[in-house]
Design a protein around this ligand. Sequence first.
Ligand SMILES: Cc1cc2nc3c(=O)[nH]c(=O)nc-3n(C[C@H](O)[C@H](O)[C@H](O)COP(=O)(O)OP(=O)(O)OC[C@H]3O[C@@H](n4cnc5c(N)ncnc54)[C@H](O)[C@@H]3O)c2cc1C
Length: 364
Amino acid sequence: MQALVVGAGLVGLAIARAAACRGHDVIVAEATGGIGNGVSSRNSEVVHAGIYYPTGSLRARHSTRGRRMLYEFCASHGVAHRKCGKLIVATDEAELAKVETLLAQGRHNGVEGLEMIGGNVARSLEAELSCIGALSSQESGIVDSHGYMLALWGEVEGRGGSIAFETPVERISYSAAHWQVQFGGRDAGAAAFDAVVNSAGLGAQALARRIEGYPAGMVPPLVLAKGNYFGFAGHPVFSRLIYPTPVAGGLGVHVTLDLAGRMRFGPDVEWIDHESYTVDPRRADKFYERIRAYWPTIPDGSLVPDYCGIRPKLTGPGEKPADFVIAAEPTHGLPRLVNLFGIESPGLTASLSLAEEVVDYLET
Ligand SMILES: Cc1cc2nc3c(=O)[nH]c(=O)nc-3n(C[C@H](O)[C@H](O)[C@H](O)COP(=O)(O)OP(=O)(O)OC[C@H]3O[C@@H](n4cnc5c(N)ncnc54)[C@H](O)[C@@H]3O)c2cc1C
């Protein structure tokens, strides 16, 4: 097959790599001048164990399987990562009950390495932590997401595929048993493909609306939920990922670490109606308040605005969180076309597994 993947984020690159590994000719069209310029460079870089998501959902299935595949890929391709482990902490009895529910959920999802620990054990692991108990997840970790994308790109090219940068896909239609694709940008023009994957992240809905004959009712709404991060200006005090009990719309303001050991906090949840990438320093007040629940001695003035990312959600505040949507021929009736919608967290963790399923759809 001659396959076109739209979007050189980590999901698009993982799909392109999976298709190239199965012997297909792959071209990736990317609107910007480089890889990972969208959601993929604005996340927590956490490899999730797969605890939170409803059993049987795509997010649960692909995060547990994808996590195992990601660790193997990183080990075999020299991508920096660390299985540092994570604690989901409870600061009162109500939270403890919630965290115990998460343990059950994680076990239903087939997640390995989970156990409840008491407050004293948690403090023996992380001296600055204040909690009455925690769920310890040994399989959680961190990864250099840019290194991961470079490794994917290398493998796509190594197998004869390529990325066309500054090449936005403008219009797609199906005729003569092929997908006819109109490109803009640097090399504006048209080309025909056997298969097309729309992996355009925040642009996926806009692109789907430009696919001739694609049912309008099958394009879900795009709901933007910004996640802001604050860096910690001081010596890191935690060596594991520390998460509070989850909040509506996100996993709560947590401690993330990068591979250099630096500590940052976030992301929070800020519902927005257009893309914007500034972090309002006034949000720090809420961060201190939330962080003090599990780290009471965080010094005043230690948080500095860092970056933010935007989650491409499909449901809004108060609504049930949506699953990933992989819209393929069985749902929309068009051959060898896959639209991906709502690929928010844990998209990084899930990417290699998700990619296999997408290529399976193209091949059937
Ligand atoms: C705040 C935040 C924190 C997160 N933390 C984690 C985490 O810790 N762990 C985890 O597993 N996941 C996490 N995620 C999720 C993860 O980052 C995403 O699921 C993943 O990056 C999505 O990748 P993508 O390739 O689908 O999208 P993107 O990276 O956005 O790529 C889409 C690409 O398509 C291009 N594009 C758009 N329209 C067109 C067009 N018409 N033609 C050509 N190109 C086009 C864009 O330029 C972009 O480069 C987080 C997400 C957010 C927002």
